[in-house]
Design a protein around this ligand. Structure first.
Ligand code: BES
Ligand code: MN
Ligand code: ZN
Length: 502
């Protein structure tokens, strides 16, 4: 789908569908008034009959019967006028795209529902629309039979009508580009993460990084299993040694000229998590190809830093392994020596994420960066605590935590802080080694966080547990069923703010 900007009047726009905002209480928004007037018939009774009240995401499609250029007038709920923000517009745009399936060209006045910030409105509508248009259908045949058939073709073009006032505001082309770039990056993370595990092994992730980051101002270096063993990455080697497909540590570097204050991003890249010898039950394994969503998010974020002219040096580490059982696999009770020299007794091979992340965090911390952020589908316990939509944030630094919560709110990626209780630290002490890789049965997300904290060398650090929101079980707003690409937009917002703040 293409999103473009128009200067002309929306009501006379040549399109198959015209989408206009309606506020709560069916108060007609910008463009809606004129469009309904052109229909020449009252719409209130019809809307009432359909139960349309103007709540965000509600839609009502009305046939225009030749009274308008567009065949369909789509009324889109945006809620209370005073509460319209970027997230409302992203969700409303998603509703237009989903409703517009089958149409070729749609025009919309949605950005005008937020007149206080025309650029932000254009960015949000473009972002929400392109996120909602996402589909992962590369494994479906074009002419498959009934069960395998593709859904109707997506909208080809969405034309944004920001209104006459916005024309004077300027910067709209840049805002449109920013929305497009942020959605493209998110959709890239979704693509990588939706890829089945038999098509994306750790070496494939490395190859994908090389290919996708070529010409993007990011250099890629890869450590293979031999280098990892020789250089003391006991966690990554230990997790990866059961698999036929060996592990990789992928280093990504973005270094804009003259910029200081290095940021390190670490992503969990378990291309498949069977649990290892502590084997998962079959149902829990079904979605474990997505256990590399953290790595996908870091890769995708870094792929657009140059486009967004981010002025912060960013180093990314993708800690990638396949967690499989075999005669060579790490056993419960084995001891691993990690990159920073700490020893870990592995009591559950299914707590593998923290092992690969620990090595990458230790390496990242060694360069004494200004901040470290890790992203990982780390614990089922975080899903128990926060449900499927919320990212769990743990941090050893108040300012960094506050910045990230703020960026996440702005990006529309719900995030909630969890503690790193010092009282619980004793529960990850091992009789045999420095640490063990599991804590108490309850509060599992916190033990994982406390474990990771042992490897950041007291640098300012935040941990994002995305075990819940990495996937969506349905098409929901601008999320599409499957991988969500969560944290890409939060990280981009945070990095953009950081590059202007200093
Ligand atoms: N990849 C899983 C966590 C996960 C669970 C992600 C559900 C997405 C959805 C992780 O490696 C894992 O298996 N964690 C264990 C840790 C436990 C053994 C301490 C868990 O959460 O059960
Ligand atoms: Mn696991
Ligand atoms: Zn895992």
């Amino acid at each position: 789908m293409k999103v473009t900007l128009a200067k002309a009047d929306a009501v006379t726009a040549k399109a198959d569908l015209l989408a206009v905002p309606v506020f709560a209480g069916t108060e007609l928004g910008p463009g809606a008034e004129e469009a309904v007037a052109a229909l020449g018939a009252p719409v209130a009774p019809l809307l009432e009959a359909r139960g349309f009240t103007g709540k965000t995401g509600e839609v009502a499609a009305l046939p225009t019967l030749g009274r308008l250029e567009a065949t369909v007038l789509l009324l889109v709920g945006v809620g209370e006028r005073a509460k319209v923000d970027a997230e409302v517009l992203r969700r409303a745009a998603a509703a237009v795209v989903r409703q517009g399936r089958g149409a070729r060209k749609a025009a919309t006045t949605l950005p005008q529902a937020l007149p206080a910030d025309p650029a932000g409105a254009v960015q949000a509508v473009a972002e929400g629309a392109l996120l909602a248009a996402y589909r992962f259908d590369k494994y479906k045949q074009a002419k498959a039979g009934a069960n395998g058939s593709k859904p109707p073709a997506e909208l080809a073009t969405l034309v944004l009508h920001p209104g006459p006032a916005a024309g004077r505001a300027g910067g709209l082309a840049g805002a449109l580009a920013a929305g497009q770039v942020r959605a493209t990056a998110t959709n890239l993370a979704r693509d990588l993460s939706n890829e089945p595990a038999n098509a994306l092994h750790p070496a494939d992730l490395a190859a994908a990084a090389r290919k996708l980051l070529a010409g993007k101002g990011v250099t890629v270096k890869v450590k293979d299993e031999k280098a990892l063993a020789a250089e003391g990455f006991g966690g990554i080697v230990g997790v990866g040694q059961g698999a036929e497909h060996p592990p990789r540590l992928i280093e990504l570097r973005y270094a804009p000229k003259g910029a200081t204050g290095e940021v390190v991003l670490v992503g969990k890249g378990i291309t498949f998590d069977s649990g290892g010898l502590s084997l998962k039950p079959p149902d829990s394994m079904k979605t474990m190809k997505t256990d590399m969503s953290g790595a996908a998010a870091v890769l995708a974020t870094m792929s657009v830093l140059a486009d967004l002219e981010v002025k912060v040096p960013v180093t990314g580490y993708l800690a990638s392994a396949e967690n499989m059982p075999s005669g060579r696999a790490t056993r419960p009770g084995d001891v691993l020596t990690m990159k920073n020299g700490k020893t870990v007794e592995v009591l559950n091979t299914d707590a593998e994420g923290r092992l690969v992340m620990a090595d990458a965090l230790a390496l990242g911390a060694a360069s004494k960066p200004a901040a470290i952020i890790d992203v990982a589908t780390l614990t089922g316990a975080c899903v128990v605590a926060l449900g499927n939509r919320y990212t769990g944030l743990m941090a050893n630094d108040e300012a960094l935590a506050a910045e990230l919560l703020d960026a996440a709110a702005e990006a529309g990626e719900p995030t909630w802080r969890l503690p790193l209780p010092p009282e619980y630290r004793k529960d990850i002490e091992s009789d045999l080694a420095d640490l063990k890789n599991v804590g108490d049965r309850y509060g599992g997300a916190l033990f994982a966080g406390l474990f990771l904290q042992e490897f950041v060398d007291d640098r300012p650090w935040a941990h994002l547990d995305i075990a819940g929101p990495a996937r969506s079980e349905s098409d929901d707003g601008y999320l599409s069923k499957g991988s969500t690409g969560v944290t890409v937009r939060t990280l981009l917002t945070w990095l953009e703010r950081r590059s202007t703040a200093r």
